[in-house]
Design a protein around this ligand. Sequence first.
Ligand code: HEC
Length: 115
Amino acid sequence: MNSSLLLGALISSLLFSNSLLSADQTTLDKGKRLYLSNCIQCHNKDPNLKGSLGPEMVDAPLSVMTSKVMTGAYPAVLPAGFVPKRKSKAMKKIPKLQNDIPAIYEWVQSMKKKK
Ligand code: HEC
């Protein structure tokens, strides 16, 4: 294969993977936007850190985030290995976000610091 063919193949594979990536990027952007507009009056802008009222949330599984957002409370039965960061019951439910919780969760996890 000559080098211009190789370059063409490289460019088209990059373009292709980029278009696959951008679907995912749209979800992440949406999750971030919704997090910043609905969560940071209590939680930190960086979900790895404590906020003014709410704790860091990178360790909470999707089921816990769903329960907190839909009901304000932790699930009655906690997922194995999950320990709530707080014993308080200060979070209010935000059920209008029902369909957007996976996007918020995906963005939060994309921000998680590797240990
Ligand atoms: C009114 C303040 C407030 C807002 C707004 C809020 N939270 Fe919370 N959140 C809290 C507090 C306080 C806790 C600790 C438990 C409690 O008191 O309810 C918490 C706990 C959590 C937890 C559990 C963390 C853990 O590991 O124990 C998750 C997940 C969570 N919030 C997600 C969210 C998301 C996502 C949003 C935005 C869509 C949000 N919260 C908006 C106050 C808030």
